[in-house]
Design a protein around this ligand. Structure first.
Ligand SMILES: Nc1ncnc2c1ncn2[C@@H]1O[C@H](COP(=O)(O)OP(=O)(O)OP(=O)(O)O)[C@@H](O)[C@H]1O
Length: 271
């Protein structure tokens, strides 16, 4: 396969097994740089697993002929820290890893983004320190800088993770249900900010259950169903009642309100 440097992710029949079950099934998928993409699917369809292939937390089964099933940013071999230092990552898994370190401060969480790892907050140079505070300020969390990350509320922790993801000007932002735990105002602000980041040129990959979060900049949608790609294309082509009903194994209806905001209702149920 001719693997282009312009691609954030290329999967060539990537299969992932967990506990003996196939959770991604011979997936072919390409996400070029610059193509802001949303990944939608029911619970358990494999969305987070797909993100974990991108961040190299998980590996697919090897192909017998030696072909690489996963290529990230044009390469199939990566020093994981180097790769993660180039990506802005907001996932539940990262949150849990950081929470498992009781003495880790919020400030150290943010600075760690540049290393693709967890930093020692005491050994940070003053410029990084100031930049970390500015990133926290952007997410209205600067007052939490000296707090232990493990003591934050769910919404506070999510904002800090977002500050961390934006801190080091990543080439791509991987957001796995980023608004989880955020209140209604913080969620609206987040959506505005995500749109701005996408317009500024950072490639966005958003995993979400909420159509409301598909900011206009996201022009491409991938639907996953039981570890397979059900649809992959421009949002106007993919976001149909028929395809989403297949995705969720239930008749659903897309509503498009006057502001262009999308939402999903279960057919036959009052919203
Ligand atoms: N550590 C694990 N061990 C075994 N199976 C796992 C593990 N993590 C995930 N799975 C299984 O893999 C499948 C895909 O999980 P994944 O988390 O990728 O789904 P998802 O689409 O992100 O789901 P959700 O919307 O609920 O977050 C599920 O059936 C899940 O139970």
């Amino acid at each position: 396969m001719n693997r282009s440097r312009a691609c954030l992710l290329e999967l060539d029949r990537a299969t992932v097994r967990r506990d003996g079950h196939v959770v991604l099934d011979a997936l072919d998928l390409t996400i070029p740089m610059g193509r802001h993409t949303a990944i939608l699917g029911a619970n358990g369809s494999g969305k987070s697993t797909l993100i974990q292939l991108l961040t190299r937390e998980l590996h697919p089964l090897a192909h017998e002929d030696g072909r690489a099933p996963v290529c990230v940013l044009g390469r199939h071999l990566w020093d994981v820290r180097d790769l993660r230092g180039r990506l802005g990552i907001v996932t539940q898994r990262l949150h849990e890893d950081l929470r498992s370190l009781p003495s880790l401060t919020v400030h150290a969480v943010v600075v760690g983004a540049t290393l693709g790892a967890i930093a020692d907050g005491n050994a940070v140079d003053p410029m990084l320190h100031r930049r970390a505070l500015a990133a926290l300020q952007q997410m209205q969390t600067v007052h939490l800088a000296e707090r232990r990350y493990a003591t934050l509320s769910a919404g506070e922790a999510r904002r800090v993770l977002l500050a961390r993801a934006l801190f080091h000007a990543p080439v791509a932002l991987l957001l796995d249900e980023p608004s989880s735990g955020l209140d209604v105002v913080a969620r609206a602000r987040l959506m505005t900010q995500i749109g701005r980041i996408a317009r500024a040129g950072t490639t966005l990959v958003l995993v979400t259950h909420h159509l409301e979060e598909l900011v206009p900049e996201i022009g491409h949608v991938v639907l996953l169903r039981a570890g397979r790609v059900l649809a992959d294309g421009p949002r106007d082509v993919v976001l149909t009642d028929a395809l989403l009903s297949q995705t969720f194994d239930t008749p659903v209806h897309i509503r498009n309100d006057a502001d262009g905001m999308l939402s999903l209702t279960i057919a036959g149920q009052a919203s």
